[in-house]
Design a protein around this ligand. Structure first.
Ligand code: PLP
Length: 398
């Protein structure tokens, strides 16, 4: 029998095919945004799960609250009030499968093909892929080490309006930005909110790294700087507990929250995982965050020291983040670190993402590398950066 062929049945909305399976990982894995595996709170999660099952376990027989396990939403609301001055209640929150799902829900809710979304010149590729999937036209804003430049932001907004395509929203990762590592200054945040109020452009603030600060002072959230209800806000337990828990959250003005709820597929998030995260977080999240930040600071320092030692060539520079897990390495203009990425992974066992994977225009940044210092030990980071420098030199880009 000939195999059944689905091709002629595919919807016009079908996503492009994606290879199945996992990408190869390097021994020195600076590619993917992993947290430190050694400090994962496994015992705390087991204990949290045990408590949750003892107290509420029979609830697993029910389909949970569609917005997600209520005690965990209450925890998130209290955390956002305390840490980010976001004055909401559990009713204003939807838990999602990580923060990726809420971002998808917002994209589905707001975007038609051809709509303009404003993003940083280089920003988290997962969101760029989601936005492209809904046909968004991405327009990048020039950034420096304080985040989106206000003059560039205003001219991009004005340009979109002049083209008859007022921006649907701005997507930004203002704190410990992925991939560039900077944190947007308070002044820039205020200017962004003022421009958005002036031109009527909403913001999707992605704050998933905000708790990973090991130096400096917290900066007020965009959400707290706006009093007109134009900020939608997502964050996640992925980077402060583990991505494997698949728990994140969204808060937004009611109109959008209700629409996002309509776009959420698969019912409520996993109650079993929510039990573990909720009980663990209630008792231990603050001290756990301190522990991981101590470890990540050591790793950041190991990467900075290794970069100082092995990347002293003129024209090469890198960011010095005060938190998060990324360093953005810029090689000299004109070289292509994207073309040699697979070879370096196969030959040298070092993984990285080229900057072009995060580019709003899909092509810029080939001379840049995002290096994640979350996964390997400080010793491995030192070794891996030396191996990477040797490989880049051999390939003629350093
Ligand atoms: C900026 C940013 N947003 C969202 C996500 C999605 O993470 P998750 O769905 O695990 O919360 C990531 C993952 O790396 C990220 O870096």
């Amino acid at each position: 029998m000939t195999a059944f062929n689905f091709t002629s049945l595919l919807s016009s909305r079908a996503a492009d095919a994606k290879p199945l399976g996992m990408n190869k990982r390097g021994k020195y894995d600076f590619a993917v945004a992993y947290p430190d595996p050694e400090t994962l709170p496994l015992d705390g999660l087991v204990e949290g799960l045990r408590k949750g099952l003892a107290e509420d376990g029979r609830d697993l027989a029910l389909y949970a609250h569609p917005q997600g396990y209520t005690p965990l939403r209450e925890f998130v609301a209290a955390k956002l009030q305390r840490d980010r001055n976001i004055q909401i209640t559990a009713d204003d929150i939807i838990l999602g499968d990580g923060s990726g799902q809420p971002i998808h829900m917002i994209a589905e809710t707001l975007l038609d093909p051809g709509d303009v979304v404003i993003v940083e010149d280089f920003v988290y590729s997962g969101t760029l892929n989601t936005l492209r999937r809904f046909g968004a036209e991405l327009r990048g804003v020039v950034t420096d080490d304080e985040g989106m430049r206000t003059d560039s932001l205003e001219s991009v907004i004005q340009g979109a309006i002049a083209d008859g395509k007022p921006p649907k929203f701005i997507y930004t990762v203002p704190t410990f930005q992925n991939p560039q590592g900077w944190t947007m200054s308070l002044e820039r945040r205020k200017a962004m909110v003022a421009l958005c109020q002036k031109y009527g452009v909403p913001i999707l603030e992605d704050d998933c790294y905000v708790d990973l600060r090991f130096e400096g002072q917290d900066v007020t959230s965009l959400h707290a700087l706006d009093d007109t209800g134009l900020v939608m806000y997502v964050a996640s337990f992925s980077k402060i507990i583990a991505p494997g828990m698949r728990l994140g959250y969204l808060t937004a003005p009611k109109e959008i929250l209700q629409r996002a709820m309509g776009a959420k597929s698969g019912g409520s998030v996993n109650t079993f995982a929510s039990f573990a995260v909720h009980r663990f977080a209630q008792d231990n999240l603050m001290s756990h965050i301190e522990t991981i930040n101590d470890v990540q600071l050591e790793k950041r320092d190991a990467m900075l020291a290794a970069l100082d030692e092995h990347f002293s060539e003129p024209g090469v520079s890198w960011s010095r983040p005060q938190g998060g897990i990324f360093i953005w390495l810029k090689l000299r203009e004109g070289v292509d670190a994207a073309a040699i990425r697979d070879k370096i992974l196969a030959t040298d066992d070092v993984g990285y993402h080229p900057g072009s994977n995060f580019a709003a225009d899909g092509v810029s940044g080939k001379n840049c590398l995002r290096l994640c210092f979350g996964y390997n030990t400080p010793e491995e980071i030192g070794e891996g950066i030396a191996v990477l420098a040797a490989a880049l030199r051999r390939e003629g880009v350093l």
